[in-house]
Design a protein around this ligand. Sequence first.
Ligand SMILES: Cc1cc2nc3c(=O)[nH]c(=O)nc-3n(C[C@H](O)[C@H](O)[C@H](O)COP(=O)(O)O)c2cc1C
Length: 330
Amino acid sequence: MYLIDHDKLRLSVAPMMDWTDTHCRVFHRLLAPNARLYTEMVHAQAVIHGDRDRLLGFDTVEHPVAVQLGGSEPAHLAQAARIAQDWGYDEVNLNVGCPSDRVQAGRFGACLMKEPALVAECVAAMIDVVDIPVTVKCRLGVDEQEDYDLFRAFIDTVAATGCNTFFVHARKAWLQGLSPKENREIPPLRYDWAYRLKRERPELTVAINGGITTTAQVHEHLQHGDGVMIGRAAYHEPYVLHEMQASLFGGEPAPRADLLRAWRPYVEAQLAKGVALKHLTRHVLGLFHAQPGGRAFRQILSEGAHKPSADWSLVEQALAATQRELRPAA
Ligand SMILES: Cc1cc2nc3c(=O)[nH]c(=O)nc-3n(C[C@H](O)[C@H](O)[C@H](O)COP(=O)(O)O)c2cc1C
């Protein structure tokens, strides 16, 4: 197994179910050429038995792109990791952070924070059969776990397999009583635990996730960790992702309209394949967030993109609305 250069992990976009599909990732790639991109979580059994084109299909521009797997059966995860490698993924990431009831019932996701030995077994089984990096995305703990040493012991147990890269969603999860959404908001963020892990285990690559919304915060976290992983901010306000890219890797930020038009050839190719415009444009609704015409942009796309005849001209109409509001009133 090879390891990922620290530099290649400075910026990544978090795996998000229903959101970071291939259309979204292609758009994010245009905004952030240096970011690592993650798929939605896909269960190992689905990879083995399901429709792989639908579950694993991606566009070559997405590289470097990682598949995120869910599961807790080492043999299945190994098989799924192998399949993902054969599909051309650059990394396999194991989900040890999702607290949903469905996921708990399947004994994977965040509840695995309580079973470090099993996670290590899963990771070791995957490392055994692939050459691409195997990484883990985890929480600080679950339920009553309030102990930094327990968190570090979890990491140490998993790292003993040779896995050296951890994406730390820097809050714990409550397995009972909170919805997944609440579990992304209510348990307090404790970045200090992730920072301390990096200090005490400098040989590990530690990327920080949770609540990061501005370029200034990115720079602050990079003083203490190797990378940042951005979730909701990248989705709701995609231009922030572009600003982070420019600030970290250089280059002048491009205007929003130029970024969107760079996506046009992809969108038209998808339309030609029969993909409805709404499946594409839903990922860009926040591009003009808090900008003149931003509401009109969102509204034109939301109202028009579901129509069967909708094509790129609707996007141009939405862009025109942002231009109109820039012009001073006559
Ligand atoms: C709609 C949505 C879906 C998510 N799905 C996943 C997932 O499939 N796998 C995962 O590890 N985390 C998932 N997450 C959690 C994010 O990856 C991330 O850890 C979390 O949102 C905190 O980062 P943020 O504050 O930057 O959004 C999801 C989050 C959202 C908002």
